[in-house]
Design a protein around this ligand. Sequence first.
Ligand SMILES: Cc1cc2nc3c(=O)[nH]c(=O)nc-3n(C[C@H](O)[C@H](O)[C@H](O)COP(=O)(O)OP(=O)(O)OC[C@H]3O[C@@H](n4cnc5c(N)ncnc54)[C@H](O)[C@@H]3O)c2cc1C
Length: 458
Amino acid sequence: MEPFAVQRLSGWGRFPVEECHVFRPEKRRLVASILGARSERNYIARGLGRSYGDAAVNGGGGVLDHSRLNRMISFNRETGVLECESGVSLAEILDTFVPRGFFLSVLPGTKFVTVGGAIANDVHGKNHHRDGTFSQFVDSFDLLTACGEVLTCTPDQNSDAFWATVGGIGLTGIILTARIRLQRVESAYVTVDYFRAHNIDEALAAMAESDDRYKYSVAWVDCLARGASLGRSVLMRGNHAGQSAVPGGEPYRIKSKFQKSVPFDFPGIALNPLAIRAFNEVFYRMHSTAEGKVVDYDSYFCPLDSIHHWNRMYGKRGFGQYQATFPLSNSGGLVELLEHISRSSMASFLAVLKRLGPAGPGLLSYPSEGYTITLDIPMRRDLIPALHELDRRVLDHGGRLYCAKDASTLPETFAAMYPGLDEFRAIKTRLDPENVFSSTMARRLGIVSAAEGGASHE
Ligand SMILES: Cc1cc2nc3c(=O)[nH]c(=O)nc-3n(C[C@H](O)[C@H](O)[C@H](O)COP(=O)(O)OP(=O)(O)OC[C@H]3O[C@@H](n4cnc5c(N)ncnc54)[C@H](O)[C@@H]3O)c2cc1C
């Protein structure tokens, strides 16, 4: 079977870029036919390509683009359970169900993510400290395995395949459909309290003391601030707003936003440390401590979604997003990382900080109890060795990195960070003995042997 196109693909960070053979099936049965034909050495599923690195890239191999497998199949108003194809995006779900009084149970920092991608990275949102990851709200999914069998997986049925696929970066098979639970809400708005923390200690103390009063909690950190201001942040914490809090009598309606777009790749010079420092300063000053602001869900959960192609801001070379978690008992690791970043030339716009709740059962799921920090770093020639140095610091502090963001971690570092890796490998070998499912990331991280094909980073 011929691919739809040969395309140079990357993740959202635009590094690495690799030539892939892209298939774009319109029907679920065509996915099985493509795999059955085995015209490519191996395949990986792709959603909307919002992972930053190489999780949905397969240099020299097949990529199954799910953007056309986006049908909603059924919805139960009583239970809030939606059954849909895996290419349905969270944006489509919100557009359809918010006006009916339902909201996603977990929403990451962008809604341009598919249900398949959300399961395969077991994504988390601003409510992780309360509700856990996306998989906590997945009742079941149908998984097409390498031998063409369709396994219905739930936490009780084929449960090993379920917990390996959740966070399993597409390596156990193709998620065809899923049944996910939505939550009821009284409005499309969130009541948000803002708190300006003068430094990282104040931010962590506020999260520890009062995060449990909020369903959603996140902080934006100026990671260029130093000394007594190290880690100064704006905490934005909120709960779904009741109908009476929303003026105008249309609680489920939000104003459509003017869509902005970054029309071309910014030149590298636009992102110099001085400009970034000035931006961070303005952002910090603009947000003073305030209580009870009513904010629409789009602005609160996905502020960057209103700027199309914002990743072009980092220029043609792209950027890396670095996300690390440190255990609750070791916030010193987080402070050390902030000190390192504030002194280094890895200038980053505001970083995002969140206190995570306990880890779930997904074998390669990222979240574990502690503090997670996320920062964007423009790509440059010597960035990868500098990131390896950061990885070592994270590991020394008992921390780990997130596959959804990663493009550079070494296999030994990854193995040391994920104790569930051996069990994951055993399940993958049973479901996919010939490694039909592989990706640039899987080979880079040594989950699949590098000898199983693929191009190297350009
Ligand atoms: C602005 C922004 C903010 C973000 N904020 C957050 C956040 O707050 N929390 C968080 O957890 N993540 C966050 N992310 C990361 C994002 O949620 C994940 O990378 C998500 O997995 C992307 O989904 P996608 O549909 O684009 O999948 P892709 O990036 O295309 O693929 C991701 C993985 O899913 C696999 N996959 C996709 N579809 C299927 C399928 N049908 N069957 C099997 N495997 C499949 C792919 O093989 C790949 O390994 C953010 C990303 C961006 C760009």
